[in-house]
Write a protein that binds this ligand. Structure first.
Ligand SMILES: *[C@@H]1O[C@H](CO)[C@@H](O)[C@H](O)[C@H]1NC(C)=O
Ligand SMILES: CC(=O)N[C@H]1CO[C@H](CO)[C@@H](O)[C@@H]1O
Length: 183
């Protein structure tokens, strides 16, 4: 009888200890900005990187892998929005050359949004960082080729700085994935 009580008490003690240790481990997330800072300082666009990571409440701020996924998902939503914008412009334009350039851009963005970026996310999840890096660099190429289409057509790209933003986001993600590759 006494033994049983001891077991109950000791397992109770273990539970208490576990409960006490939970706040201790979660207090590590107080080092939020320092970790995000360290990661973002190794990317070419510190402000962009830290504003995205700090504004994402889901970022478990100590895990480089999850941070890389947050970044790639951010590019995905940004690039999806840009693709919708391009498709909207295609419907509106009456200029044939412009329509062709925009259609070319839509064709560049579609595989990025549908395959390349989701593949990058999967690859990071599966610790295949070299493949993730390849996917992200491939996205850069597609967006670059879209950008070039407007250089002879107009002084100001009809996409404004949208391509530029997606390019910067991809550069940031690429730099974070490089840190994963080293780690
Ligand atoms: C794309 O990224 C830029 C820079 O972070 C941001 O200002 C913009 O709101 C984003 N757009 C979407 C649709 O996520
Ligand atoms: C610089 C900064 O914003 N750091 C914050 C990190 O998280 C702790 C606790 O949540 C805050 O007190 C700091 O201000």
């Amino acid at each position: 009888m006494k033994k049983a009580t001891t077991i109950i008490i000791s397992s109770f003690t273990i539970h208490i200890l576990l409960l006490i240790s939970i706040p201790l481990t979660s207090s590590q997330s107080n080092e939020n900005t320092t970790i995000v800072d360290q990661i973002c300082k190794k990317t070419p666009f510190y402000d962009l990187c830290s504003s995205i990571l700090n504004s994402n409440p889901l970022t478990p701020k100590t895990d480089l892998k999850t941070i890389a996924i947050v970044m790639v998902k951010n590019i995905l939503s940004n690039a999806t929005d840009t693709l919708n914008y391009i498709e909207g412009l295609i419907k509106k334009t009456s200029d044939r050359g412009m329509e062709q350039a925009l259609a070319f851009c839509a064709e560049s963005y579609i595989p990025v949004v549908k395959y390349t970026l989701p593949q990058a996310t999967d690859a990071i999840n599966q610790n295949r960082f070299a493949f993730a890096s390849y996917c992200v660099n491939d996205a850069v190429k597609e967006i670059n080729s879209c950008n070039k289409k407007f250089s002879g057509l107009t002084l100001v790209s009809p996409l404004g700085d949208r391509n530029g933003i997606v390019q910067k986001l991809v550069d940031v993600a690429s730099a974070i994935i490089k840190q994963l590759l080293k780690g």
